[in-house]
Design a protein around this ligand. Structure first.
Ligand code: ADP
Length: 258
């Protein structure tokens, strides 16, 4: 009985010890986790503009015949400026509460497609788009950019070289919603629900943090944008977004008619 009692006491000491160690390390673990999350978010936001800066600087440094490539150089320099501004804006506005505004989704989308054209071209991917004119939404422009950029960047990143990325923007039948779809003919996705979880990644070849779609989902949930994903492994994926449209007010209508 004494031996049994001794063993029970020993086991209790062991269990108590473990829980003390666990509770002592927990605040540190939590702090470390949040620091990592913050760091990864920051890294993710800077990844795309820095990547484009890098591509353009590389192109400029390789061009030895400036006259032949003047147009290309001008575009590269313009993109370097835009991306520099984007990084600067991100750093300055990190703490500012985001405000919403009326945005012409049609022209905004066109400008984002133009922005990604060079990256797509470097993989011999063609971006084809059908965009209905004058579709307005009411949201924060930086957040809209995050939704479009993350989805479009993924479509290019996970596409096969020399394939197409197809983008469609149109109003639904009742003209209440804007329907945006971004379709690729790439590797496809096994588990379309899991990819929206933080740090979730299926891909093992390309680099990434598994954060982009989680950010997209957070923004969409907040703004009532419905997301749906259809995908077939080895055939490609379509990401669709349903935005509530901005109801045009009287004054807007006059402005619109101009
Ligand atoms: P990452 O930085 O890893 O691309 P995301 O959150 O944007 O992070 O995407 C999460 C994962 O979802 C990716 O690692 C990839 O496995 C998968 N994924 C996202 N978009 C696509 C797509 N268009 N085609 C195939 N897989 C995709």
């Amino acid at each position: 009985l004494a031996i049994l009692l001794f063993i029970v006491v020993l086991m209790n000491i062991y269990i108590l010890n473990k829980s003390i160690i666990r509770s002592a390390t927990r605040p540190y673990e939590i702090l470390q986790k949040y620091t990592n999350v913050l760091f990864n978010d920051t890294m993710h936001e800077l990844k795309t503009p820095l990547g484009i800066l890098n591509i353009n600087l590389d192109l400029l440094s390789r061009n030895s015949e400036p006259n032949k490539y003047v147009k290309r150089m001008k575009t590269a320099i313009k993109q370097i400026q835009v991306n520099y501004e984007s990084i600067e804006y991100y750093i300055k506005n990190r703490k500012i509460k985001y405000s919403k505004e009326k945005i012409n989704l049609s022209t905004y989308l066109e400008s984002r497609i133009e922005y990604f054209e060079d990256i797509a071209n470097s993989k011999f991917i063609k971006i084809r788009s059908e965009i209905e004119n004058k579709i307005y939404v009411y949201m924060n422009s930086l957040e809209l950019q995050r939704v479009i950029d993350n989805t479009l960047m993924n479509a290019i990143k996970y596409s096969r070289p020399e394939s197409n990325v197809e983008i469609n923007l149109a109003l639904d039948e009742n003209k209440n919603y804007a329907l945006l779809s971004i379709k690729d003919y790439g590797y496809g996705i096994k588990d379309t629900d899991a990819i929206f979880d933080r740090f979730s990644r299926e891909d093992t070849i390309q680099g990434g943090f598994g954060l982009g779609l989680n950010i997209v989902k957070t923004i969409c949930n907040k703004d009532g944008i419905k997301i749906s994903v259809e995908s077939k492994e080895n055939f490609g994926s379509t990401f669709s977004y349903r935005f509530e449209i901005y109801k045009i007010k009287f004054l807007d209508r006059i402005e619109d008619a101009k």
